[in-house]
Every structure is written in structure tokens, then in C-alpha cells.
Write a protein that binds this ligand. Sequence first.
Ligand code: FES
Ligand code: FES
Length: 871
Amino acid sequence: MKLAFTLNGQAIELECPDDEPLLETLRLRCGILSTKDGCQPQGQCGCCLALVDGMPKVTCAMPAARAAGRTVETVEGLDAGERDLLARAFVAAAGLQCGFCIPGILLRTHQLIRKQPAPTRADIAKALDVHLCRCTGYTKILDAVELYAAAKRGQPLPELDLSGRVGSSTPRYQGSELSLGDRPYVDDLMLPGMLDGAVVLSAHARARVISIDVSAAAALPGVVRVATAADVPGERRYGLLYNDWPGLVAVGETTACVGDVLAVVAACDERTARAAARLVRVEYEAYEPVVDPEAALAAGAPQVNPTHANLLSRSIIRRGDADRALAQSAHVVEGTWRTQRIEHLYLEPESCVAEPLPGGRLKIYTQGQGIFDDRRQVARFLGLPEEEIDVELIPNGGAFGGKEDMSIQAQTALLAHLTGRPVKLTLDREESIRIHPKRHPITMHYTVGCDKSGRLTAVKARMLGDSGAYASVGSKVLERAAGHACGAYRVDHVDVESVAVYTNNPPCGAMRGFGANQAAFAIEGALDLLAEKVGLDGWQMRYLNALQNGDVFSTGQVLERGVGLRRTLEAVKEAYYAARAAGRAVGIGCGIKNTGIGNGAVEWGKARLFVEPDQTVSLFNGYTEMGQGLLTVLIQCACEVTGLPATSFRARVDSTYQLGCGQTTGSRATFFGGLAVASAARKLRADLDAGATLADLVGRVYGADIEDRSTTPLGAKVQKIKTHPSFSYATQVVILDEKGRLAQVIAAHDVGRAVNPKLCEGQLEGSVHMGLGYALSEELPCRQGMPVTFGLRELGVLRARDMPVVEVILVEEPDPDGPFGAKGVGEIGLVPTAGAVAGALCAFDGIRRTTLPMKDAPAARALSVGKIKQS
Ligand code: FES
Ligand code: FES
């Protein structure tokens, strides 16, 4: 159809399909990239917001035809002064992380303040109801809107600290470009001659593939290539720990989950590629899927994954004599705690661009959490030497662990390889949810004892985790759950077994907290039960048992120094008792989380500083920016050492210097990357101190590689157990209102050293938001291995108006081994949350809940999230 409308003040006339959503028209035909696709066609994330005749509209849910004759305004069309003011307000408030949701929110802010110049925070939260942010927890977004509103009323925005020094709230690297939607994500990349890809996924979680007929798809005009397993030149199976995950399932093989890819299509545009994918005919012999981990372990159960028995892993920790200690304990509690599968729901679905280069080389633009692991696996898939593949990180729109595994990098690379043309493949929300690994559901049976005074004596735990169809890092998640089985408490007698099992459910792997959250929910519940028996309150029980310097962690590692847990308890003490005295229902939980993978893994930090001809310094490292602020923090490490301002540095993550560090996981990127950057920066500093200027040093490279081989595997028979390089510690207090709804969360976190206090707070606020959803409303139930919903609201992520007041208290007990004393902060923010919520709910209605999410609770029923229809 022909379509005419006014876009950002310009008259537009174009041709588009009759049923095209306005979002596609804007992005594909008008070059508008501030409107992002987070959930098309659901209309539930707000990333695609535009103003149509001055009214905010989610353009993914609006046919382009309805824009005919109307005015459409996007962030690109705001006048320069307005754009600058909005971006400065968001940057000054640290109101963004990955940035993917922000252009939509920024446009909403512009429109809201035009109508309502001085909104309350409740007004702002209500206005943001369409918008989902998975990173920030909304607190700083609300701050940003308030700052902008105040600026419109004539108040100056706060001065930014551009020194870049450690301890300063240096503005986020590229924060302004991210806020305005000017910094591209992978799906925003446009290369000449580029094709679009689409995937064909298995309709069944477990079915033998009898045939795949691609003839109709291949014959569709505009289709350039349809590929199946037979077209893969290398090894079809890849993986982070085991090569058990086929990039394409072959005829004759049996699928393992509904995210299995059976064919991929490259076509002239995405619409054609998707239409062709729908024409691929697959004949199946469907089998009953194995969806229960206990059933998967039963004798005679079908083997889910042909490369491995259904028992993926068993992690064992035994110290002392737990049975005897329990028998001699004054009090013993026993119970089963269950946690659920949840979806990461990063706002940016997976996307990859692969580009053939001259000489047979290939370039991959990826958003993965370990770009060198992506390269290794793509090379294996294509049967190419790794050196023939260049790889570049396009900092992503959120990951939270869910972008550690490959999603569609291999298939995109295959299509580029086969067609000789650049190919982009972007998943829609349903495909994303079907393919990438989730947080493990774990069933945990605990027996915990204490003496008369309340001192813990023993922990006995049995854990069973559903790892789904592929290993991913499931064995490590269950290993980490075992390692954190005693929580943040000193326990002398420990007996833990933790098992990971293959099933035909969606794969489970890394997600923020990595097993520690599940274990914390159980041990915090057990602690509350014991406290009742002893006659202590929750704070007293935790203070009595809190790990201190010199104590032994669950795994047997002596925590020699830097344990700030009691300081976090002291930081919340007054508020905890004040809320109780005021008659409020209050819950409390502590948390510990490893920094670094540990358990015998070799860990690296690698950095290069290259002095550019324009006398800026390019900072290369091997870890991923995914909204957590890594690039800003690394620049600050360089600034602190060199004395140069933050504006001197440009951050890059690519294969120029082969800085493979492995996955950005285990809250380790600041720790190891920061050490490497600081070390490289000291070399640059030495030259500057010797009198050289940056102009003199153009072309020089300053590098440092940090390697840590100090940790020991779980169960190693060694004299000195050291399972992890470092730990961070936390206490959280959850306070309910008189109706049992969330009112306030106080999160006191020992971060070692807050390299950037505002970004650090933002990480913790965002984690608390995720933790509250985990506690109360988030879940991804499956039927026959298929998620029962892909709806963003139904998945249960809290909206702005659901959030209580979150107060973050940063405690700094330095880790002498960390960069400037810093510890990891990326994951621990939600380790204590669910336990603290359960405690608060029990204080409110006397019900001790042991299964997540606690949807029956008043705090959950008050949320605005959607209900999953079970029909
Ligand atoms: S992409 Fe339109 S609301 Fe999510
Ligand atoms: S900053 Fe909102 S989704 Fe990442």
C-alpha cells in the first residue's frame, strides 16, 4: 500500500505491506532506530514508543496504515536542546544501564512533563506502566524524570564529575548516545547487501525428525538460501562445557527441546525470511517428553541428550560430621524449599550479524557475554580456524547470564558463509524465550541444626536442579548452589549433595546469582525457623552466625580478610528495629556471592591501552558490557592510575588483541578486568611521568594480562581450600505496609570499594527489582516442555508502580586482592531478597512459604503483573 504521513516534521510517502506494523515502517523504511523492538507484536515493553498526533503509542502494536495522514514523532525529531536536556537528565541520574528501554522512556518523559510539569513519583511510575526496564529497578529512572522536570522549571542539572577517578560517579560511558537511541545495538546494524535470517524451531520438545522439506521455502521469491544440518561444514554440536548442543538438528535425530533449530533461511528481508521459515515442512514422530528431573533419573528413562546421560553432574561437599552434629543439636529444623524456572527477559532479544570479509575471513558482530567463546564455537561449527574469524562485541541490551551460551551466532555465520553476503538474524521474543537457557528450578531439602544459643551446628542439604535439554553451565550452577548452601553463615558440619539433571524442558544455565539465590532462599527460611525455636529475632540470629574474617565458608575455604557481612547487618539494624517497633511486618536476609568463577577455573583479566593519533586512548578488554557499567568502571581504573580524564578513553571489545577472557560471569569482570587495566595503565603512567605527552606516545600499546590459578576444585584433597578468589556480602530488610504489600527494601551491601557509587547503587537497585519478582511473581511454567506463555506481563516482571522504596547502603570493606579494593556487585543484589520477602510475609500473616514465586501472598496479589492462563 502507499502510505503518507509526517515524520519528525517531514512529509513522508512510501510503499509498505498492508499489514506492516508502524514499528517496522519506522525502522526499516524511515531509518528510525530510537524505536526498538523488545516484544513485537505484544505492545508490552514500551521500547517502540513514538508520539502519534502527540499521543504516545507503542508502534509494534499499531498498523502503519493507521499513521496515514497523521504526525509521528520520535526521539530523533525532538529539537536539539530538548534532546540534550533529556539525555543529560538520564545520565546525571544514572537512569540507564543497558539503555535498550530508555529512548522509549525518554520520549514518554518528554510528553509527560509537557502535560504535567511537576508530577509526583507515583504519577511518574504510573505514566511508565507500559514501559518495562529489566536493569534499573526504576528508582534512578524516576530520579531522571524528576531531574528533567526540575530542569524544565529552571533548576540547573547537577554538575557531572568527569574526572573518572575511582570513587566518583563518573557518567556512564556513551550514556547520552544510549539514552537517545543513537548508539546502535546489533539489530540496528545495516551493512550493504545484507540479508535477513529466520529460524525454524522444533514444534516438539522430544520428537524424531523424520524429514525436513525446504523446497517451498527455497522457492519463495526473495529467498537466497535455506540451510539445514546437512549444510554445516564443521561440528554441529557446541557448548560452553560440553559439546552437546546442536546448532541444527539433523533428520533422523531426536529433538531435545522446543528451542531446537531445524532450518535457517536467508532472504532479502526479514518478512520474506520469516514467511519462508513458515513454509519449511517438518515431519516428526513425537514422543512423550521427559519433563520431571526425578523421572529423568529413574531407571529406564529415555536419554534426553544423546551425548550425555541424564545425570549431568553431582556436586558434593562434606565437612565434619553433619549427622552427628544434628543429633547433638539443641534445635533442628527440616524442610523442602522449591524455586522456579524464570526467564531473563533482557529487553533486547538476541541478534547477530555475520559479514564475509575479503580473503575468506568472516566477521561476527555479537552481543554475547563471551565473544571469544562465541568465536571458538562458530569456528568449530564452520570448520574454520578461529584466527579466520574476527569478532566484535556490540554492547548488549541486557543479558544477566542468558547470553553466555550461543543463541544464533552459529546459524547466522553459516548463512553468511553459504551465501557470501552479510546476514543479520534477530530473534523475536518467543524464539528468544524458547532458545536461551533459564534460571534453574531447584528443589532443596534441608536439615539445619543449632545449639541452645542459636549458633548453627550443621547443614545437611540435598538439591535437585532441572538443567533442561543442554548442559550449558548447569553443572556449575548446581555446584555453586552447593557451595552457597550454608549461605553467609559459619557452619562447622556440612553435608551437601547437589545434582543437575537433563530434561526436555528449556535449557537452564547462568542467571544472575547462579545458584546462590536458590540456596539462599532455603537457608534463610531455615534460619528463621531456628530463630523462632531459640527465641531470637531475625537480625540477632543472623548477627550471631554471620561469617567473619577467619571463618570457614561452606566449601571449606577460610575467609581470611575483607568480610564485611556484620557491617552490613549493623547498617540495617536501626531501620529493622524501628520498623518492627512501628508494628510493620519485617523480613531480613543475608547473602554471600563469589566473585570470580573459582573452583579450579583459570581466570584472566586482559587489557591493552592504545594511544590513538587523536591522542585519545583506546581501552581494549575481553569482557562484555551488558548494562552493568563495565566499560565505565574500567575507564575509571585507567583514569585513577594515569590521572587522565574519562574523556580521554574509548572502550573497545573485539579481537584486535585476542584478549580472550572467557565469559563475563561470576561478578568477575570488574575484579579481573580492573586489575588488568590498572596494571596496563601503570605502564602508560610511567611514560607520562617520565615527561612524555600523549602526542609523543601515539601508536604505543600498553598491555597487561592477569592470570589467576589460585582456586581449588570442589572436593579437592588439598591442604588449603580456596574455592573462590573473592566474595561480596549483603543484608537486606524487607518492610511491608499495613496491608501486607511491599513498602520498602533496605539493601546494605559490602562492595569492597564502590568504583562508581551511582552505577553500583544502580546495579543493586536493579537486582532488588529482579529479586522481588523472583520472590513474588516471576515464573516460566512449561507444558510438555513448551513455555505456556511468552507474554511479558504474564512472566511477572515488576513494573515501576509495583516497586517499593529501595534504599541502598554501600559498605566498603576492601578486598586487598581486588582492584582498588573492589569486589563483584553484579549478582549479589538479589541473593538475599526472596528469603527476606518470605520472612516479611510470615511476619505479616504467619504463613511460612517455601515455594517460589509466593503468588498467594498479599504482596504478590497487589502487583500489576499479568496472570498466566493455564488452559
Ligand atoms: S516492541 Fe512495542 S511494546 Fe515492546
Ligand atoms: S536500562 Fe532498561 S532494560 Fe536495560
